[in-house]
Ligand binder design. Structure first.
Ligand code: ATP
Length: 205
């Protein structure tokens, strides 16, 4: 539990097209700094998949419960996808802040638009592919989507890339060409905050 007088680290919002490398870069951060970061846990009305635990991958809730929470203004952002509601609650971000870790949010363009309307004091980072063609290649090589899902992601990527060019949306753009170069650049953006968090953690032990 964090002491009362301290300021919580600034959350970091990651966005970027599917396949741009957000998960790859975030995984590297977790690996190098295992205690510095934590994801905020989203709510969803979709059913848990085998192996998923309530409160771990998601807070799994019934639709009426989530609608009630939405009415009570308990979410920073929410969206409907494939007939299911998804959202980041204010409490989910506070829960991470209370552990003293840097809260990571991974949001799409609409999520960023919505969360920007709130008073969340976050660092907004856009992970960009080096080019549209390379994004397409990475999505195909990843072999996790079928052709129609790839087409959909590529269409969304175009919109996302346009949005990233709007002034005042993102604080930083990380071009993920060479992975190590991109990672070191990202690390440089966050290192002050990471050092503060890890220093506090070792002082508490
Ligand atoms: N710099 C890089 N060079 C080459 N390949 C990369 C690089 N960064 C990521 N990749 C590969 O590109 C693919 C997409 O990366 P990743 O899954 O991290 O994207 P993502 O942005 O998290 O996508 P999604 O939003 O769909 O989860 C993966 O197969 C990953 O291994």
């Amino acid at each position: 539990m964090a002491p009362a007088h301290y300021t919580a680290p600034r959350p970091v919002v990651f966005s970027g097209p599917s396949g741009s490398g957000k998960s790859t870069l975030i995984t590297k951060l977790f690996k190098e700094y295992p205690t510095a970061f934590a994801y905020s846990i989203s709510h969803t009305t979709r059913s848990p998949r085998p192996g998923e635990q309530n409160g771990k991958e998601y807070h799994f809730v019934q639709r009426d419960e989530m609608e009630k929470m939405l009415k009570n203004n308990e979410f920073l952002e929410s969206t409907e996808f494939s007939s299911n509601l998804y959202g980041t609650s204010k409490k989910a971000v506070e829960d991470v802040a209370n552990t003293g870790k840097i809260c990571i949010l991974d949001l799409d363009k609409q999520g960023v638009k919505n969360i920007k309307k709130t008073d969340l004091n976050a660092t907004y980072i856009y992970v960009s592919p080096p080019s549209y063609e390379i994004l397409e290649k990475r999505l195909r090589d990843r072999q996790t989507e079928n052709e129609s899902a790839i087409e959909k992601r590529l269409q969304e990527a175009k919109e996302s890339i346009e949005f990233s060019k709007e002034p005042g949306v993102y604080h930083h753009i990380v071009v993920n060409d060479n992975l190590e170069v991109a990672y070191n650049f990202l690390k440089g953006l966050l290192i002050k905050e990471i050092d503060e968090v890890t220093k506090r953690q070792s002082a508490a032990h």
